[in-house]
Design a protein around this ligand. Sequence first.
Ligand code: GLC
Ligand code: GLC
Length: 815
Amino acid sequence: MANYGHFDDSNREYVITRPDTPLPWLNYFGQDEFFGMATQTAGGYTFWKDAKLRRLTRYRYNNNPMDNDGRFLYVKQGKSVWNPGWKPTRTKLDAFECRHGLGYSRITGKKDGIEVEQLMFIPPGENLEVWKISVRNKTKKPQKLSLFSYVEFCFFEALNDMTNYQRTYSIGEVEIEGSAIYHKTEYRERRNHYTLFGCTRKIDGYDTSRDAFVGVHHGLHDPKAVMAGKCTNSRAFGWNPVGAQQINLSLKPGQEETFAIVLAYVDQGDLPKFDSPMVMNKTKGREILARYSDMKVVDAAFNAVKERWESLLSIYQAPKVPNVHLQRMVNTWNQAQCMATFNLSRSASGYETGIGRGMGYRDSNQDILGFVHLLPARARQRILDIASTQLADGTCFHQYQPLTKKGNADIGGGFNDDPLWLILSTCAYIRETGDLTILNEPCGYADKPGSKDPLLHHIETSIQYTLNNRGPHALPLIGHADWNDCLNLNCHSKEPNESFQTAGDIAGSKAESVMIAGLFLYATRDLVKLYHFMGQTQDASRIQGHYDDMLKTVEEQAWDGAWYTRAFDAESKPIGSKVCKEGKIYIESQAWCVLGGAGQNNGRAKKALQAVDKYLYTPEHGCALQYPPYSTYHSELGEVSSYPPGYKENAGVFSHNNTWIHIGWTMFGEGEKALEYYLSICPSAKKDHDVYRSEPYVYAQMTASQFSPTPGEGKNSWLTGTGAWSFVVASQSILGVQPDYTGLRIDPCIPKKWKGFSVSRKFRGVTYSIEVTNPKSKSKGVKSLKIDGQKIAGNVIPLPTDGRTAVKVEVTLGA
Ligand code: GLC
Ligand code: GLC
């Protein structure tokens, strides 16, 4: 079992100690409009707002070696050529370390007494990334070397960039000025932006033609110019423009040289575009480079990244948790993942190409659940943006492009769970902030130009959509799919060239989803509470009526004897039922019926969870999505049966849906089970990284299950709804600090042997220091709650009315 690194919890870093990790281990920079991803070997790319429409540097997915483009530094010393991040040359280093921190990565490589450190980050609010570079002579002799920087520019529109070479090979344009390389392809026509790749130190040469620097028949592992020890000062006309700078250094014993490289997206704004024909007005680029040429500015920018994260994380911290994995995830890495999923939805990662899905309707609504406490104002805007992609009849565009905020017509709508998630995100926002004004914000419908219908209208439309679209069992129609994008009961595809997601006819179809029914229960219950909070009791009872009806339907139509049926197909045959040969039990209907409050009075909810435990769960990997996996393709089921058994939706461990079961256990006070299940998918708790392969600090979308040939192999890290939901599980369900309409509700569910823990939570302007003790070794039940020494009844901390901004809360479990 190889060891690739370890957590440095006090610095909130993961330290990778050897570069050849089982898969590239990724980190993100940026929180606002400019983003970068970087692996431990400096692979990755950078974009402004939208990885499809404004990509600054190139990246080749599905490549071999995997992760071969990035932000590279080469050292040439005598005959030896190496990279501090090991790749692309893969020259053996004397020392290597990559520290992935929150919003930055620091790669340090050492060879023959020369140490090179590359610290990469995106300063808050800026549309640029900085590499702070330090070169150190650790020997007792003077040393001479050349350092080369390298990026390959992307022509902004990434899809065209990677497909339309008959055009792109003729449009590339650059300018060079001093230590700065300007990439300005298409600037002469409709673009008003360019890329700056500038060095704050005087350079000794440059290249902007890839053919000149790398060579047509060479590779990044042996670029011609580096091998020769000299850049050629090439100017790119067409073909593939790159940015490469040469810096010659003579270092005395012990000497360190520090400088920076800046990679910026520059919007020309109202400035004149040109100084003279073909010569771009570079005022803004010059200004940026001048600013960052002061290393104090660079250091201040880096401190700003760290301070910003510390300030965000101070909103929720649980410093004394008896389990180290839960503690570091909830305090640091899980929140970092929530930031990434909020910003990027499912667009750009090591597995999402940035040209594909953009922002997902259901995905982004769920991402808000784990993010809203960090930056509620941004969550608010996101909710309104998402709602604006809904149509007047309640249909939602399944995806939209982050730059344009316009729904993606190729995939369209008809994923019938989509509308309901808006209610969850909106209620989470209001519980966090108490801000009801969001409900009156006009956000209109995508197919009603100029419409100003408020958010509350969308919420009612969403409820109505489910009510209007029901099938023979009075259960909600599934449409193209529900949360399980691969349960395509109306697709019936026999044609390999069509998409499971869009093929087939949903009009007039009878296929129904029990998962949507459960989600409807959850959403309507949320909404009933919201209407009560608003003082609209009539609306509350109207919605309660819908809840009661749907609950009755679920109990009458969807109980299969020992668990909840998953769906009914287009012929009204049950899916996820004992009568099925394969796919007898699915996780999602157990989860959502339980979370929605079904089976509470008749013992079914507990039975449903026990069935999950019996058929789907293993402590090593978590819960498989269903059982038994489909061994053959079923056109009446669609994509779910297209995967080989044990992968993805065909009975893989799909981490996202596991989290709902964790919440389910806490509803029953099963603290041991909740934690055990939590740890079963927790990346930090994975023992054998050669088996798990994915990053140990963030959740992966999927782990190959017990039913697969490669059990325990994690895949598709970072951009998964598991991020948000795991934070909900750990912070709200296990540690039990729940934002509620009238105050913080305290309702932990922990293993009996935990003696207690503490949480510091900022909530609506007040900092709550919460100490939980568990003298009687219970899992659940608040026996007493003291607020600043005063005992109060119930388990909701009322909001202070006397201006107090710090409140001490003592909780004793054991009711
Ligand atoms: C490209 C197009 C071709 C067009 C030519 C001139 O080669 O493929 O259709 O005629 O450019 O614009
Ligand atoms: C992917 C999709 C998500 C879907 C899930 C299950 O993660 O982004 O929308 O719910 O797969 O199919």
